[in-house]
Design a binder for this molecule. Structure first.
Ligand code: GLN
Length: 500
């Protein structure tokens, strides 16, 4: 049943509901694949075999007795280790939460359970979702399945890598500055940051609350749409949840028609500083869309280049506040408590031991940016830039339906290459951050391979808030047009040709 792992999630759902295969067979095939691949990929921090197989058998029994279940019933999915899931550890890639078993499920987790999906386990990530390479995980890095000497992006490198290595057909991520889209781009997979407020943050361990957004990851645009439909919806447990019906995203992905759509190319995100191969693949995609009848025009969003700087003030400010809860008192790591230490001493030694370097760097930067006397100059100015970035989007969307850019300036870099150079690491987020600051929806999908290093390249689509369907309409059409051009399956399927 090896070939099951190469099927799309949509197809697996159909095979299961029509009883051509059992959910248990599908789950077992993925657990076998995980066992075979993890020694070289390390996409998972926790594999939930017993519970996963139990769920699969329950789905099989329900279907056998004639129950009607949803389209993804019995289909496996991997959960980034930033979402709580009762009965499994939620570590956020940090020593601080090592062995912490949450007492409640995130709303996103509940959505998967309610859709009768089989949760395979928890995926690796940069500590508390801070990073662009998954090298900041306290439990060791994840490797890019296309080339295991390269990073899989971050922070959700585990979720992207498990898709590209066929260990899971679907995965969940969280995107604060690009943690879904940037890993998708460098692993040849699809990732979507939904409109802020449309997928619940309840039970998503907070990094920067005004930016964090859960989202779906898949190998095809249609699969990603199907998962997006499962997780979107109003949640009274999330104070920023929006009560809005997004419409059928799967239908949008199946339209395969961009004729007459107006597509804006962001001038500031597709020029100097980008690898020539990234720009070449980007230009090819724009030509393909234009030949299919889309109206492609250049649009200026002049504050986008300043978004990165604003993000690296706003995000650490929120981080310093959110991570204050890890105080060694209620939960998490506690060290240095020999009975003679004050509470402050225990907090200090626990936070020193529990947090890694990047997390500490951001707590320090954020605390400084918020401190009296500096607040207006740093945090205040950054919020003004955020407003300017939002205004750029608003103005651009008056004349175009979607905006497009490369997702990342380069292909995946080598493991170790940027660990001592935070600024070089932060540059990976150049194109993804504007949509987090503004809250609108954005997708990354594969648009080809670099002819220099053979690594995948991603292209980004950005849509106005609450118009997530447009991502799927353009993404689905572009994916089909590019596949026609390559004469082959979706990009991630290319590595399925491996002999092992
Ligand atoms: N690379 C970004 C950062 O380190 C990604 C964060 C995220 O989206 N979780 O802040």
């Amino acid at each position: 049943m090896d070939s099951l792992i190469y099927q799309s999630a949509t197809k697996l759902g159909q095979l299961i509901s029509s009883r051509q295969v059992t959910s248990e067979e599908v789950a077992q095939a993925h657990f076998d694949r995980i066992e075979a691949k993890e020694h070289e990929i390390h996409a998972f921090l926790h594999v939930d075999t017993t519970r996963g197989l139990d769920t699969a058998r329950r789905v099989d029994a329900a279907l056998d007795s004639g129950e009607k279940l949803g389209p993804l019933a019995g289909v496996p999915v991997a959960l980034k280790d930033v979402f709580t899931y009762t009965g499994a550890p939620t570590t956020c890639g940090s020593k601080m939460l090592e062995n912490w078993i949450p007492p409640y499920d995130a709303t996103i987790t509940r959505c998967l359970i309610d859709a009768d999906m089989v949760i395979l386990g928890k995926t690796n990530m940069d500590e508390f979702a801070m990073g662009s390479s998954t090298e900041n995980s306290a439990f060791g890095p994840t490797c890019n399945p296309w080339d295991t000497t390269k990073v899989p992006g971050g922070s959700g490198g585990g979720s992207a890598a498990c898709l590209a290595s066929f260990e899971a057909p679907l995965a969940l991520g969280s995107d604060t500055g690009g943690s879904i889209r940037q890993p998708a781009a460098v692993t040849g997979t699809v990732g979507v940051k939904p409109t802020y407020g449309t997928c619940s943050r309840y039970g998503l361990v907070a990094m920067a609350s005004s930016l964090d957004q859960p989202g779906p990851c898949g190998r095809t645009v249609e699969d990603t749409a199907a998962l997006h439909e499962v997780i979107a919806g109003y949640d009274p447990l999330d104070s920023t949840s929006i009560n809005h019906e997004l419409g059928s995203l799967v239908e949008a992905a199946r339209m395969l028609d961009v004729a007459g759509m107006k597509i804006g190319v962001v001038k500031e995100l597709s020029g100097a500083g980008y690898s020539p191969q990234v720009l070449a693949r980007f230009q090819e995609s724009m030509d393909v869309l234009s030949n299919a009848g889309a109206d492609v025009i250049e649009v200026s969003c002049k504050h986008f280049p300043t978004a990165l700087g604003a993000y690296y003030l706003i995000m650490p400010s929120e981080v310093s506040s959110n991570l204050a809860r890890f105080d060694a008192m209620r939960y998490g790591l506690r060290v240095g408590d020999d009975g003679n230490q004050s509470a402050e001493q225990v907090m200090r030694s626990s936070r020193a031991a529990g947090f890694g370097r990047e997390v500490k760097r951001r707590i320090i930067l954020g605390t400084y940016a918020l401190s009296s006397g500096y607040y207006d100059a740093y945090y205040g100015s950054a919020q003004k830039v955020r407003t300017l970035v939002m205004e750029d989007f608003t103005k651009a969307f008056e004349s175009v339906d979607v905006l497009m850019s490369p997702t990342t300036p380069t292909t995946a870099f080598a493991i170790g290459e940027r660990v001592d150079d935070p600024i070089a690491m932060y540059m990976a987020d150049l194109c993804t951050i504007p949509s987090n600051l503004a809250g609108n929806a954005a997708m990354s999908l594969p648009c080809g391979l670099s002819q220099e290093d053979g690594m995948p390249i991603g292209i980004q689509i950005m849509a106005p808030a609450l118009c997530d369907d447009r991502l799927y309409r353009v993404g689905g059409a572009l994916e089909a047009l590019l596949q026609e051009r390559w004469g082959g399956p979706a990009l991630a399927q290319l590595i399925a040709k491996e002999p092992s």
